[in-house]
Design a protein around this ligand. Structure first.
Ligand code: ATP
Ligand code: MN
Length: 476
């Protein structure tokens, strides 16, 4: 008999129908000589209740039905006597596909930290099932959104020769043996003998390549793995993560912000519509965590999401942000680890969170940062002090999007690169895009995992990616 997914069976199958399901045992309970099995196949948060009589089964089969073992069950769909579910499956034939003696995931509460040590098994829990179904829905909706808007999906290289984007420390890519490095006469490594005959790294961003494509295809986006070798051991940083990077010709900073805001709201709405059960489950978890203070980050999950889509994002300039922070009680009372001295200071996570969670109590877009703290490709403003940058900050997350209008004027771009000691030699191809038919254009980077974190309410970014890569950890 053909297998039916439990999600489909629970939603549509009529009482009296014969059905075949396959999945993993969550719990087993014996009552009045009847076995009740909660079976889950990953298609939905909900388990299917399987009812079997022990007398129907050989002793070895009975013993193998334990939490974690996998089963194939054929039987009759029956109206359930229990309050928990509409229907259940009365098994006529039951086969154990794989047993699970000493299964480490016994049905009881496990900490997220423990589950990280068995990341290969955590897909079988309610929480991670919900998280990864939602992560899928978000990824799917990203493609759907850009497709609807006429964008072209672009695969930019993961191995890159660009070493000066300034977005973060990079991982080397080489086939040279670490203990037999070929040397030049001056003692430095001879990368001409390396695989690509030059130094190469794992990409920190596909932006520069996406810009080239945008100046021809007009609207493109990349969506793929990105690598940062920073030693940031935080709940918001990974060494390997996914970034969504749209790049649009003929967009100025305002258009850029509007696109990012529309995208973020679209994705949140999509998940609310498509994954109501998984979201409700995660919502309940945030309720159970019982907040001590009622700040923006301790609101129940669904309220947090509804607030984001209900109102326009608050837009302020960097200069206004500094004024607010400088005058804040938190700053005056020395509550910031990095006190705000004045204009020119970089904004730390604590400042971002103050603005979003305490001051505005909604997402904040900060624009027009000092050029000294932003990348070389951002467009110089007329004041010659600031650039047309924008960061979008979310409650509980901090920066979720970073973007800018790009410097399209060749002379200004060259001056900036020289000031910042960026190697113009290896970026001649990039400068060509400003030599031949340059146009105003803009783009941004959205961290997929930070968005999944926000939408699922998971506190640690390591719990929204299947196998996290962080300093000191590349297990699995
Ligand atoms: P942060 O200041 O938070 O370290 P960033 O300014 O270095 O971030 P960008 O270079 O602007 O980040 O990257 C664009 C987006 O990619 C960020 O807004 C964020 O959503 C995501 N991102 C950046 N670094 C990481 C990381 N190490 N792990 C996960 N997501 C990240
Ligand atoms: Mn940034």
């Amino acid at each position: 008999m053909k297998r039916i997914k439990i999600k489909e069976l629970l939603a549509t199958t009529q009482v009296g129908t014969q059905a075949c399901v396959k999945g993993w045992v969550r719990t087993k309970r014996i009552s009045k000589n009847i076995i009740f099995i909660a079976l889950n196949d990953g298609s939905t948060l909900h388990n299917l209740q399987i009812v079997v009589e022990p007398s129907q089964l050989p002793e070895v089969t009975l013993q193998s039905i334990v939490p974690g073992s996998s089963l194939c069950v054929e039987g009759t769909v029956t109206a359930s006597q229990g309050q928990q579910q509409r229907i259940e499956l009365h098994g006529k034939q039951l086969t154990v596909l794989g047993d699970a003696a000493n299964y480490p995931l016994q049905p009881k509460k496990h900490s997220l930290a423990f589950l990280r040590t068995i990341a290969h098994l955590r897909f079988r829990t309610n929480t991670f099932g919900a998280v990864f179904r939602i992560r899928h829905a978000i990824s799917y909706a990203i493609h759907q959104f850009f497709h609807e808007q006429g964008f072209v999906y672009l695969h930019t290289p993961i191995i890159t020769g660009i070493d000066a984007e300034g977005a973060g420390a990079m991982f080397h890519v080489t086939t040279l043996a670490p203990d037999h490095l070929p040397k030049q006469e001056d003692g430095s490594v001879d990368f001409l003998q390396d695989f690509f005959a030059q130094r190469t790294h794992l990409t920190v961003s596909g932006q520069l390549e996406a810009e080239a494509a945008a100046l021809g295809l007009a609207e493109v986006y990349t969506f793929g793995p990105t690598f940062r070798a920073e030693n940031s051991n935080t709940t918001r940083h990974l060494a390997e993560f996914c970034m969504v990077e749209p790049e649009m010709a003929f967009y100025d900073l305002k258009d850029n912000i509007a696109l990012a805001e529309t995208l973020l709201k679209y994705l949140i709405r999509f998940v609310m519509e498509q994954c109501p059960d998984d979201l409700a489950f995660l919502h309940q978890k945030t309720l159970a965590a019982q907040p001590s203070r009622n700040t923006e980050t301790t609101l129940p999950l669904l309220e947090r999401l509804e607030r984001i889509i209900a109102q326009p994002f608050q837009c302020i300039t960097y200069t206004e942000a500094i004024d607010i922070l400088k005058a804040s009680k938190a700053n005056k009372k020395g509550k910031f680890v990095y006190p705000i001295q004045g204009w020119g200071d970089d904004l730390q996570a604590e400042h971002e969170r103050y603005l979003v969670e305490r001051f505005f109590k909604q997402p904040v877009v900060i624009t027009d940062y000092p050029n000294a703290i932003k990348a070389f490709y951002m467009r110089q403003n007329e004041d010659e002090k600031t650039v047309a940058a924008m960061d979008i900050l979310f409650p509980g997350i901090g920066e979720i999007v970073g973007g800018s209008q790009r410097e399209e004027r060749l002379d200004k771009l060259l001056t900036r690169m020289q000031q910042m000691k960026i190697n113009t030699e290896t970026l001649q191809w990039y400068l060509d895009t400003r030599r031949f038919g340059t146009v105003p254009h803009s783009g941004f980077g959205l961290g997929l995992e930070r968005l999944v974190q926000f939408i699922t309410g998971m506190e640690n970014i390591r719990d929204v990616i299947p196998f996290p890569r962080t300093p000191g950890n590349a297990s699995f």
